[in-house]
Design a binder for this molecule. Structure first.
Ligand SMILES: Nc1ncnc2c1ncn2[C@@H]1O[C@H](COP(=O)(O)OP(=O)(O)OP(=O)(O)O)[C@@H](O)[C@H]1O
Ligand SMILES: [Cu+]
Length: 806
């Protein structure tokens, strides 16, 4: 539907081109409506739309320019922002390395580079003790693959061995503490031996990482912890050193586990799609049970296979229904659990639930390409990009650590040197400060929150293409909507047919006019044209059933077809020039008259869209079509207004119709006759007057405005590839009420982010004071750090359930 304008241009030469899509490797069958009378222009139109709406995403592309190769590594040890910093510092200094993208939650690193091979990158990572596994490499297509994915799933788990070692270390640390306490001697052989044992069992990893950090001049928390532990040992606090390192290792493991939870929020989306499909055997009869059907892993089902779904089952793959009818709960895709009825020719989506009938469908996308799979991929990508708050936090951490380390140095040095205070107590305070300097809770809180928000949205049928938009949504002050297909269903029907100078035409002549209008209309994909073509076709079938009636002309062939954007279409039939279009077109052609305008107004004020057929410099026929407003639109508009968003309708249709439709959904600001450049200007002006602007649109005529808006929304994304890929925020169905939901989610996300930053910094501040006052021990500081990390992670995860289930 979104491609309709371009379609007109593409038509005459569409056959000369190959129809391969370059971008996503999906099947065309999924997007070509089965009942579309002429669909040969689709591929072109999609590409045009792609490039037209691609503008907002070009920011992302620009960042990666220059580096042409890309490799993705899975790094099991990269589960904390500390590691990220270390890797970033090392890799950015290498030649030929472009952008780096870290995904801590997936533990993936994407490197854009210009190197002849990835060997130097692997070597660098290995030198940092990061042991990378290559997931994909643009220089070597055989790298990575399915085995890698399985290995990765295993690698997320913390091995039992590690837990056991840590348990033993804990016992040893506790033992040394108990002995030291009961004997009153912190430096006895038994205490030191047990402490060393605890450090060896539980802390070697940290010490090693600390050493690597030191060698790379990177002040990270492994380094800080190592320093604190060594410092504690040096001043003879052996049990303390042991307890601290054990607690710290425990904290790291718990943190890794909580990140797993965040990752599962996304993976859980994919789990909704069943693993097995019932597929018709290609040969017809050689099925394992003789019935012609057999079970098969969904991942192995090829394109165009026929799959059967029983009542109560989940649909295993994307496809088009061949026969049978049913109602399907599409909540996994659209977030809307009211069942949708489906017949032959309708699209079904992997993961949705077949509530009633049995049906068979033809597979239109392999499992990895299903709408659900693409949603999951998109969410994963989105969380890989840094949201603004995360960037701020990272920036903050960059200064925070050195600052606290400096304070620690001063605390250790100044009082003893200047005031002759005893050395060890102040050194101990400095060590506590080093522990407090660890910013893990702060740094981890943002990505966890953002991921939870993105996952919550995806479950609700809202696909957000980046943390940026999730954070920005709350700032939307104005929302521009187009009319056709957004506020209305976009499926108008013909309501009035008026032959303008009736006296001049007999009934056969009048029928001919309608046939001529239809001949032009069938060539276009615009909803108005479609309605006209549709109307004529039904008329045709009715006529053939009553042969006695007037002779209706056979379909006429239109030549030299041309689409006139925002106006209508133009073509020649039997050497005569024809125009089919709106008032603007007729006016510009100089064929308008006050009488005509009066007649148009009457219809337009009823909310109908008027179209005129001109032949030989005369307006001959007036066709009015009416579209139905979606019931959800009015509610959405009211909801948006309650949120303080100024709602504006921008439509290419005439102002009277615009007003009439706007009145139905209670929009006060409705602007008609909007050409693409007018829509663009309108968005700019709104931006100046109100602040951040969102735009919902579906046509080529909306593309510039969509690109200009801070957030571009697309609706009905489940059925179309382009909307899914190009919008900033894609609503999986056509329910505008998802936009206020999105804004609310954005507000909640912001609240949680602020809380988390407050918690993380607040706890640090408290312990900073306690440490200076000599009231905090090392292990208390580590404990507080762990507590803060857990608190922010769980606070962030709360967001997964932020949107009410429907
Ligand atoms: N191919 C066409 N056939 C018939 N009428 C057309 C065609 N193209 C444009 N028009 C006329 O021009 C008007 C403006 O078209 P345009 O595509 O800019 O906006 P629209 O689709 O009507 O509305 P919106 O901007 O809300 O999506 C339409 O309302 C219609 O009257
Ligand atoms: Cu006019």
């Amino acid at each position: 539907m979104s491609d309709r304008h371009q379609h007109d241009h593409a038509h005459s030469h569409a056959h000369a081109h190959d129809h391969e899509h370059q971008h996503a490797g999906h099947s065309h069958a999924a997007e070509a409506p089965a009942h579309d009378a002429c669909c040969s222009g689709h591929e072109h139109a999609h590409e045009a739309l792609q490039s037209a709406i691609a503008m907002p995403t070009s920011r992302k592309q620009a960042r990666l320019s220059g580096a042409s190769e890309e490799a993705v590594f899975f790094i099991q040890k990269m589960d904390c922002p500390t590691e990220e910093k270390l890797i970033r510092e090392r890799l950015t200094n290498m030649n030929g390395i472009g952008a780096l993208e870290f995904n801590l939650i997936q533990r993936e690193l994407t490197v854009q580079h210009q190197l002849p091979s990835i060997a130097p990158i692997v070597a660098t990572l290995k030198a940092l003790d990061m042991l990378p596994a290559v997931k994909s490499d643009s220089l070597d297509s055989s790298a990575g693959g399915a085995d890698g994915a399985a290995a990765q799933a295993v690698a997320y788990r913390i091995p039992t061995r590690k837990w056991v070692l840590l348990g033993l270390a804990g016992v040893a640390a506790l033992g040394s503490e108990v002995i030291a306490w009961s004997s009153g001697d912190e430096r006895s052989l038994a205490v030191i031996a047990l402490s060393l044992l605890a450090i060896a069992l539980g802390g070697l990893g940290t010490l090693k990482k600390g050493w690597i950090a030191l060698r790379n001049f990177s002040l990270n928390m492994n380094f800080l912890m190592s320093l604190a532990v060594i410092g504690a040992a040096v001043i003879g606090q052996w049990p303390e050193a042991a307890v601290v390192i054990v607690l710290f290792t425990l904290a790291e493991m718990i943190e890794a586990l909580s990140l797993d939870k965040a990752r599962n929020a996304i993976a859980g989306l994919m789990a909704m799609s069943p693993d097995v499909a019932t597929v018709r055997d290609p040969s017809g009869s050689s099925g394992s049970n003789g019935s012609g059907w057999s079970s098969m892993p969904a991942a192995k089902v090829p394109l165009d296979a026929e799959v059967r779904v029983a009542p109560g089952e989940r649909v295993p793959l994307d496809g088009v229904i061949l026969n049978g009818s049913t109602s399907i709960n599409q909540a996994p895709i659209t977030g809307e659990s009211i069942p949708v009825s489906k017949q032959a020719g309708d699209q079904v989506f992997a993961g949705t639930i077949n509530e009633q009938g049995a049906f068979e469908f033809r597979v239109t996308a392999v499992q990895g390409d299903s709408t659900l799979a693409r949603i999951v991929k998109s969410v994963q990508q989105a969380q890989g990009q840094r949201a603004p708050t995360q960037r701020f936090v990272d920036q903050f951490a960059r200064y925070y650590i050195p600052a606290v380390v400096l304070i620690a140095l001063l605390v250790a040095a100044l009082p003893p040197l200047l005031a002759g205070a005893p050395f060890y107590p102040w050194l101990y305070k400095a060590l506590v400060l080093l522990v407090i300097a660890c910013p893990c809770a702060l740094v981890i809180s943002t990505p966890v929150t953002i991921v939870s928000g993105l996952a919550a949205a995806a479950r609700h049928g809202i696909l957000i293409k980046g943390g940026v938009y999730l954070e920005q949504g709350r700032k939307l002050k104005a929302l521009a909507l187009d009319k056709t297909g957004t506020l209305t269903f976009g499926k108008p029907v013909v309501t009035d047919l008026i032959v303008l100078d009736e006296g001049r035409h007999d009934s056969a002549g009048q029928a001919l006019l309608m046939a001529q209008a239809a001949a032009l209309a069938t060539r276009s994909d615009h909803p108005v044209s479609r309605a006209i073509a549709q109307h004529w076709q039904t008329q045709q079938t009715q006529q053939t059933q009553q042969p006695a009636a007037i002779q209706v002309p056979k379909a006429l062939e239109a030549e030299d077809f041309e689409a006139l954007s925002g106006r209508g279409v133009k073509a020649r039939i039997a050497a005569q020039d024809f125009y089919l279009g709106n008032h603007r077109l007729v006016h510009e052609l100089g064929m308008c008259s006050p009488q005509l305008e009066a007649r148009l107004q009457v219809l337009e004020k009823q909310g109908k869209t008027t179209t005129l057929l001109c032949r030989d410099q005369r307006v001959e026929l007036l066709i009015a079509v009416a579209d139905t407003v979606r019931p959800s639109s009015k509610e959405a508009v009211a909801d948006l207004r309650a949120l303080g968003v100024h709602v504006v309708m921008l439509t290419g249709d005439n102002p009277h119709t615009a007003q009439a439709i706007a009145a139905e959904v209670a929009i006060e600001d409705a602007r008609g006759d909007q050409l693409p450049e007018n829509k663009l200007d309108a968005v700019k002006t709104l931006n100046r007057q109100h602040g951040d602007v969102g735009m919902v649109g579906d046509g080529i005529n909306d593309a510039p405005a969509l690109a200009q808006a801070q957030i571009g929304f697309a609706m009905g994304a489940a059925g179309t590839d382009t909307a899914l890929e190009t919008a900033d925020v894609a609503l999986m169905d056509d329910d505008l009420r998802k936009i206020p939901d999105f804004i609310r989610l954005s507000r909640k996300t912001h609240a949680v982010l602020t809380q988390n930053i407050g918690i993380a910094l607040g706890i640090k501040a408290v312990f900073m004071v306690l440490a200076l006052a000599g009231m905090s021990s090392l292990w208390m500081a580590v404990f507080a750090d762990m507590g803060a990390s857990l608190l922010v992670v769980f606070n962030g995860l709360r967001l997964v359930r932020a949107l009410p289930a429907k």
